[in-house]
Write a new protein. Structure first.
Length: 359
């Protein structure tokens, strides 16, 4: 329990002009228990909250309002710190951050989901027990307020994929069957019955951003594995198709830092693959030029809301404090031996100069 709730209990009791003993007698607990609550040593059992609120003539929400506001503020601070650590490459520090938050807010569905997702993104083999335990709790939990379908959806997806990754295909299938059908999901139904602009913005901007993000990772996996059954030509077609989707959804490359990073990687992959395919210099130059453009642009990304039709309202964050990560990486990649035959070309030299930005 936080100090504000402890103080609130003491304030309410004194305002009612009752002793700790009388208040304790009403609740069926010892006066020492009440004393510990008011001194923030222990917390009242959650089952007592309705009785406490009723005794003072307020609702449970009113009793916990200050605590909820503090929880919201703390969660937002953790979210911002987590994003900062992730974007600056300090990913090992993210799990301890959310473990601490989980200790402080053990019943907060948002914290549970964040901790589950961090475990999942880090290593779903190593942390399978933690992911399954948290995911099951989230799936069976009713959120304290508002809609919790997002959190349940995340739990279903990550638990199913964790079971699959660990070879338990039966359990993976069982969890996959819990997922909502897209044509009957809540968001689509609201769109059909209301046709509201806000629903269009919130739902489809969110979905489109993550669909593109997922497509990038699928393409990146192909580039790393070079799926032999399809060949390099297929991989190249996929890269170009995903680039086209990014460029259609984000006109003028107006996108967030991570999306620019993804687009930069795809352009570099296309140029690299072209060397081993047709080795068309114009194609290599075109995509390396686009990659450099993305890298340089990423340095000065400022927070704003997108106005693109497919992503209208999607919020873009400032570039991370270490805003030259993409530039440094691309500069190293242009030194790869696959580009040796182009390194003396005027256009290649000009591109490398654009990446000569102080670290």
């Amino acid at each position: 329990m936080n100090m504000n709730l402890a103080g609130k209990l003491k304030e309410l009791r004194k305002a009612k002009n009752v002793s700790q003993e009388k208040f304790a007698e009403y609740l069926g607990v010892s006066y020492q228990a009440v004393s510990k609550w008011e001194n923030n040593i222990t917390s009242p059992d959650i089952l007592l909250l309705p009785d406490i609120a009723r005794y003072f003539g307020i609702t449970v929400d009113e009793l916990l309002q200050v605590e909820r506001m503090e929880a919201d503020e703390y969660f937002e601070e953790c979210s911002q710190e987590s994003e900062k650590l992730f974007r600056n490459g300090k990913r090992a520090e993210i799990i301890p951050l959310w473990l601490e938050a989980y200790k402080k807010l053990p019943n907060d569905i948002r914290v549970k989901e964040m901790l589950m997702s961090i475990y999942f993104d880090t290593d779903k083999i190593k942390y399978q027990n933690e992911i399954i335990e948290l995911g099951t709790e989230i799936y069976n939990l009713d959120a304290a307020d508002g809609d919790n379908s997002y959190y349940k959806g995340q739990a279903i997806k990550e638990v199913a994929q964790t079971y699959y990754a660990n070879g338990n295909y039966q359990k993976a299938d069982e969890w996959a069957r819990k997922a909502y059908q897209i044509i009957h999901c809540q968001e689509m139904l609201f769109m059909q019955i209301h046709n509201e602009e806000d629903c269009l913005t919130d739902t489809f901007s969110f979905a489109n951003h993550w669909y593109l993000d997922t497509l990038f990772y699928m393409a990146a996996r192909l580039n790393m594995c070079h799926v032999k059954c399809y060949g390099d030509d297929y991989v190249q077609k996929v890269n170009k198709a995903v680039v086209s989707m990014f460029e259609a959804a984000y006109p003028n490359d107006d996108m967030g830092y991570e999306s620019l990073q993804h687009l930069c990687i795809l352009h570099r992959c296309i140029a690299e693959n072209e060397v081993s395919l047709a080795n068309d210099e114009s194609v290599v130059e075109k995509h390396l030029t686009c990659a450099v453009k993305c890298a340089v642009k990423s340095i000065d990304i400022k927070a704003h809301a997108l106005t693109h039709p497919l992503l209208c309202g999607w919020e873009i964050a400032d570039a991370p404090s270490d805003n030259k990560q993409i530039v440094r990486t691309l500069r190293e990649e242009l030194n790869w031996s696959c580009f040796d035959e182009y390194k003396q070309k005027d256009w290649f030299i000009e591109l490398t100069k654009k990446l000569e930005i102080d670290p």
